[in-house]
Ligand binder design. Structure first.
Ligand code: TPP
Length: 622
């Protein structure tokens, strides 16, 4: 354990001066932009100075290198102080006055287009879960000594997701993680609930299992000592709770309400700059950031991860797609030790348990904390460190909608697998049924939405998702169903399968409703009515050629049948193609009309009119 060496007077002066330079740069850049959050930057400036100049290990010319320590600015609105820090150490040469300009990557909140930003932040309360994912991967997958730091605001800490993340960090003994709360007493519209009640923060941090330190966040000596202690603390993550003042060293703004998110006028800017320059001590000390301890291989996005063996089912096997997910994930895990999985205490229902049993060291239990689950998974995949899958009941991903939305902004490659879709889960009732999930995941930019209908296609969906960039969502079903596709069937995103062909109508079904459609087709065939039954495989992208073919062959008689509410799912996807391609077709929608209830799956599907009988009726009433 290395002994703490107190800062020399000269080094302390230099770190203090650097803090002042970060303040000045944050104020100047936000004044130039005419918007931004200078007062939120100035409270954090001294902590940023010590962290970026003395503690973070990175190559200033290549801060995105895999070996580098990570920094997550969870209070993303303080982006100017992060840019100022990267300028201070010599990385950023672009004028900070480009802040918030359309032509610059110095966006209002940190974007992942900057090499020193791994996850987009700005929706408060999410950064720590991302940081947990990175630290978990560092420890368990990379097994490398790089560390992860995360800076939050005190207002931000009202988010429950912050404390979910601490619970995860302490459960997994992430001693490579250091969280910081910049307790500047003020939020956006008023003071925070706790103000400067530092002992209450301490008690909370300790209660969540963090090695908790309360310090004066403007005293560089105290900040330095705290970062040292975090570095040598083993077995526990550290939480530094720093008492600071919003608008520190801005004489007319410091510790005053109503200055959040307000840039200074040029006049104020000039005056404050002069004032802060007057506080600087002369020193010739030079402090340069430390290099990483150990090289770590940079990884590209993998696009060649394969199932270790192809699907092998008997035609008559009845297998739920959720079970096939567990099988496929395990097979992917055989092929690549970068495949990892997280779950939210539903692993025996989603079947991620199968993966956990074979690869326990690559499985992370997030417990019943879905925002954490999504945040950790997004953090774990960044810089291509892993191919990560998160699973829970699909309904519960809605709790993490904001994390997933932010994941898209981060350009995440995280994969989300939602089981227990629709009314076909049966007796558990509507609280457990996902009926909006397709609409949500389809709306995410760059997403791919898989809805496999049997075990064979589900295994392939998992394989394709692992190799597909952007957010992938796989919707799995609870009931066991027979296999529709041959073991050697070929699958691709945006490639539908005509499972049956006929001219009376074309029925698009996914998951359980594909089976209902096939049952209906049998019934209709007995009456001499032949219909097409189409398995789209992906609801996004939708196979345009398949929709065109269905329209041509049936004279424009299409039916979509889905175990989902009527808007944003399969009907929307098929109708979008009909509209955008200018196809002459009527698209009848069979979808769950409203809130369901407990009952047998067959009863609930009949009540929702998405069962075989309803499909027969829809075909006949064209
Ligand atoms: C989830 C979320 N809710 C609300 C906001 C709007 N907002 C931006 S900054 C802010 C206040 C943040 O206060 P604090 O965390 O204490 O940071 P400070 O600026 O004081 O350092 C708010 C409410 C947001 N960005 N994200």
């Amino acid at each position: 354990m290395s002994e703490y060496q107190k800062l020399s007077k000269a080094d302390a002066a230099e770190l203090q001066n650097a803090g002042h330079r970060l303040r000045i740069d944050s104020i100047i850049s936000t004044t130039a932009a005419g918007s931004g959050h200078p007062s939120s930057c100035t409270s954090a400036a001294d902590i940023m100075s010590v962290l970026f100049k003395k503690y973070l290990r990175y190559d200033v010319n290549n801060p995105g290198d895999a070996a580098a320590d990570r920094f997550v600015l969870s209070k993303g609105h303080a982006a100017p102080v992060l840019y100022a820090a990267m300028k201070e150490v010599g990385h950023l040469t672009e004028p900070l006055t480009n802040l918030r300009k359309f032509t610059s990557d110095l966006e209002g909140h940190p974007p992942t287009t900057l090499p020193f930003v791994d996850v987009a932040t700005g929706s408060l309360g999410q950064g720590l879960a991302n940081a947990c994912g990175m630290a978990w991967v560092a420890k368990n997958i990379d097994k490398a000594p790089y560390r992860v730091f995360c800076m939050m605001g005190d207002g931000e800490s009202a988010e429950g997701s912050v404390w979910e993340a601490m619970q995860f960090a302490s459960h997994y003994k992430l001693d490579n993680l250091c969280a910081i709360i910049d307790v500047n007493r003020l939020g956006q519209s008023e003071a925070t609930a706790l103000g400067h009640e530092m002992e209450i923060y301490r008690a909370r941090g300790e209660a969540w299992g963090m090695h908790t330190l309360v310090i004066d966040g403007h005293d560089v000596n105290a900040v330095d000592k705290a970062f040292h202690e975090a570095e040598i603390t083993k077995g526990k993550p550290t939480l530094i709770i720093a008492k600071t003042f919003k608008g520190k060293h801005m004489p007319e703004q410091e510790d005053r309400d109503n200055w959040h998110g307000k840039p200074m006028s040029q006049d104020f800017c000039d005056k404050i700059k002069k004032h802060i320059e007057g506080l600087m001590e002369s020193t010739d000390a030079k402090i340069t950031p430390r290099a990483p301890l150990q090289a770590v291989e940079n990884l590209q996005f993998a696009s060649d991860v394969k199932l270790s063996s192809p699907p092998s089912y008997e035609k008559t096997d009845k297998v739920a797609t959720r079970k096939a997910y567990g099988t496929a994930l395990t097979k992917l895990g055989d092929s690549s030790d970068r495949v990892i999985a997280f779950d939210g205490d539903t692993k025996n229902s989603t079947f991620s348990i199968d993966f956990m049993k074979k690869y326990p060291e690559r499985f992370g239990e997030c417990f019943i904390a879905e925002q954490l689950l999504a945040g950790v998974t997004i953090g774990a995949t960044c810089r291509n460190r892993s191919i990560a899958f998160a699973s829970t009941f699909s309904a519960f991903f809605s709790r993490a909608a904001d994390q997933i939305r932010m994941g898209a902004i981060s350009k995440t490659n995280a994969n989300f697998v939602g089981s227990h879709a629709g009314v076909s889960i049966g007796e558990d009732g509507p609280s457990q049924m996902a009926l909006e999930d397709l609409a949500f995941f389809r709306a995410i930019p760059g997403s791919t939405v898989f809805y496999p209908s049997d075990a064979v296609s589900c295994e392939r969906a998992v394989e394709i998702a692992a190799n597909t960039e952007g957010v992938c969502f796989i919707r799995t079903s609870r009931p066991a169903t027979v296999n529709v596709h041959a073991n050697d069937a070929q699958f691709a995103a945006g490639k539908a399968h005509f499972v049956r062909s006929g001219k009376a109508a074309a029925i698009f079904g996914s998951g359980i409703t594909l089976h209902n459609a096939l049952e209906a087709a049998e019934t209709l065939a007995k009456e001499g009515i032949e219909v097409s039954v189409i398995d789209p495989f992906t609801i996004k992208p939708m196979d345009v050629d398949a929709v065109k073919k269905a329209v041509e062959e049936t004279g424009g008689k299409l039916i979509t049948v889905e175990d989902h509410y009527a808007f944003g799912g399969l009907h929307s996807a098929v109708s979008e193609v009909v509209c955008s391609e200018g196809l002459g077709a009527k698209v009848k929608s069979l979808a769950v009309p409203g809130v369901s209830r407990s009952g047998k799956a067959a009863e609930l599907m009949a009540a929702a009119k998405i069962d075989a009988a309803a499909i027969v009726e829809a075909v006949k009433s064209f």
